[in-house]
Ligand binder design. Structure first.
Ligand SMILES: Cc1cc2nc3c(=O)[nH]c(=O)nc-3n(C[C@H](O)[C@H](O)[C@H](O)COP(=O)(O)O)c2cc1C
Length: 201
């Protein structure tokens, strides 16, 4: 045993553990169509590709409009904001009010989706349009919403190109990292991952 290593402290699992340490994850904005024809946008950090094929999933809650909208309409969109869109991204989590809904959404310009009925955040560097694959309820208070990607676009300056320099690309088009809980970072420095020789997917 290496005595120089810090001791790992037992966490109380009678409470959620996720605020006790930091972890890194993306931050996306999920777009859905409201029953009245308007749109809803909500930031989600528990969100990621589901597998190697074109599926995308995020953790939601049956109490959120995002979930009922996705269930009713059968579609949702995913926008990956750039670091300079952080404030607008956060505002999309503002509370909703009777009659006026979520007034903070006015600060987020949108563009129409092209294949599904919905909107995406203008200026996002990746846009995904998804058809609902399934909703899996029952992870405590949460549910997992999974969509099949039916259209996808990436901004020219964020698109990897054959023989391009990936480090350069990330340097010039930085990524937004969410450091849960409650911090963020602009990632513009990166190194090539040291994959082991002979590794297979
Ligand atoms: C940085 C950040 C990350 C969030 N991540 C999630 C998430 O992963 N899943 C979730 O259900 N809510 C998440 N939320 C909360 C929802 O965005 C928020 O409750 C939103 O108002 C729900 O809107 P809706 O009722 O219109 O769906 C997050 C909020 C913020 C600010």
């Amino acid at each position: 045993m290496d005595e120089n290593l810090p001791e790992n402290v037992e966490l109380d699992i009678s409470e959620p553990i996720w605020d006790r340490f930091f972890y890194i994850i993306s931050l996306v904005i999920i777009g859905t169509r409201e029953a009245d024809g308007g749109h809803d946008l909500a930031p989600k950090h528990m969100a990621m590709p589901i597998g190697w094929d074109n599926y995308f999933g995020f953790v939601c809650s049956p109490t959120h409009a995002t979930q009922s909208n996705a269930e009713r309409s059968g579609v949702f969109t995913v926008s990956y904001p750039r670091p300079d869109q952080l404030l607008q991204t956060s505002l999309a989590a503002s509370p909703r009010f009777d009659k006026v809904g979520k007034p903070a959404l006015a600060a987020l310009p949108v563009v129409p989706a092209r294949v599904v009925d919905g909107v995406l955040v203008e200026g996002a560097y990746v846009e995904l349009e998804c058809e609902l694959e399934r909703i899996i309820d029952g992870f405590g208070r949460n549910s997992l919403i999974i969509g099949r990607i039916v259209a996808a676009r990436a901004a020219e300056d964020a698109l990897r190109v054959m023989d391009g320099d990936d480090a350069d690309l990330i340097h010039h088009s930085p990524l937004l990292a969410y450091l849960s809980p409650g911090r963020f970072a602009k990632v513009d420095q990166s190194l090539s991952f040291p994959f082991p020789a002979g590794m297979r997917k």
